[in-house]
Design a protein around this ligand. Structure first.
Ligand SMILES: O=C(O)CCC(=O)c1ccccc1C(=O)O
Ligand SMILES: [Mg+2]
Length: 347
């Protein structure tokens, strides 16, 4: 079966930039990938993010190599992008979408779900603004039906961040599930002080309090009432090292940074063997990668509320969003493949 590989670049400005301790994300640029085997078509997306994946230029070069390898078959095309996580995500997704479309299965079934999954729980993503901005953003999320909010922290003092969380807790009550994500911003001392305050405010998960390299510190922070999640650290160390160091209660899986939904699915299986929980998140991707993350989450048993409700930050997208975000859940597309339609047409 001959394979045809094509790609085009795209740029999506954000109309709600995401402030994090690591900088502000205000635009996403990447590549939309199309694979055809003569009968069926599959789509993928490579949307690199500085600090998380290779650069846009490196991804473009590797995609050109993938196009050059098309006459040598699927494995050669995938090999050409093996060293670029975002491209490997894009090509492997296009192959998976093609196969699922051919078999007339929704992608999440091909990723291993044993039965129909109607919905998965999702979290709202709240940027690292001041206390008033934080309360306003959570207010919108609660209005939209979210029951779980992840607050970005780490750009200001620990005392100020704890105060932001206190304002949210006091305004919205005890039923709201609150998480915080420091994107590696704190020292061990700061993280310990933050934990004290966050535990009192019933924060359920603290994501990446320490820099990616610090594993033993994460292990020491565990057992203080707030579950410790590893995100950046997973990319640096892998599951085995993190499990040996007892450094995480929860794993955050970003398929774009891990090199594909297939890789992320495998990581989820390993993590499940150690009785750890998993959260799937996007890197604020366009509709193809975002929908793939939703299918991935649907394929993982007992996945925690996931950070995939990020589409409303984009001012433009590649196609209509097939995923309905409703009452704190994402409704899983049940049509064949990814379920994103008319994506190759310019928006
Ligand atoms: O998890 C979410 O709610 C959304 C995704 C998110 O926070 C994120 C988006 C882009 C880059 C890094 C991160 C992160 O989780 O650290
Ligand atoms: Mg994170």
């Amino acid at each position: 079966m001959s394979l045809d590989v094509t790609y085009r670049s795209f740029r999506c400005p954000l109309d709600r930039p995401l402030q994090t301790a690591d900088g502000t994300i205000d635009e996403r640029a990447g590549f939309l990938i199309r694979l055809t085997d003569g009968t069926d078509t599959g789509y993928g997306e490579s949307t690199p993010l500085a600090g998380w994946t290779e650069s846009l230029d490196e991804c473009r070069e590797a995609l050109d190599d993938a196009v050059d390898a098309q006459s040598n078959g699927h494995a050669a095309v995938l090999d050409a992008v093996d060293h670029t996580a975002a491209d490997r995500h894009g090509i492997s997704l296009a192959l998976a979408d093609l196969a699922a479309t051919r078999d007339a299965n929704p992608l999440y079934r091909d990723l291993g779900a044993l039965e129909r999954v109607p919905r998965i729980p999702v979290n709202a993503t709240i940027g690292d603004g001041d206390a008033d901005e934080t309360v306003d953003a959570v207010d919108r999320a609660v209005d939209d039906g979210f029951q779980c909010c992840k607050l970005k922290v780490g750009r200001r003092s620990v005392a100020d961040d704890v105060e932001r969380v206190r304002r949210v807790r006091e305004t919205f009550g005890d039923d709201l599930d609150l998480r915080v994500d420091a994107n590696g911003a704190w020292t061990f001392d700061e993280a310990e002080r933050a934990l004290d305050g966050l535990n009192d405010l019933d924060v359920s998960i603290l994501e990446q309090p320490l820099p990616a390299g610090a594993l033993s510190g994460l292990a020491e922070l565990r057992g203080n009432g707030v579950a410790i999640a590893v995100d950046e650290g997973l990319l640096e160390h892998g599951v085995d090292a993190i499990e040996s160091a007892h450094a995480a209660d929860v794993y955050v899986l970003k398929p774009m940074a891990l090199g594909g939904v297939d890789v992320a699915r495998q990581v989820a299986a390993w993590v499940g063997e150690s009785d750890r929980s998993v959260i799937v998140t996007t890197t604020i991707d366009a509709v193809v990668a975002r929908t793939a993350a939703v299918h991935l989450a649907a394929a993982i048993p007992n996945v925690l509320a996931s950070g995939v409700a990020t589409g409303d930050r984009l001012a433009e997208d590649l196609a209509r969003d097939p995923v309905f975000i409703d009452g704190g859940t994402a409704v899983i597309p049940q049509t064949k493949g990814l379920g994103v339609e008319n994506v190759w047409d310019e928006p």
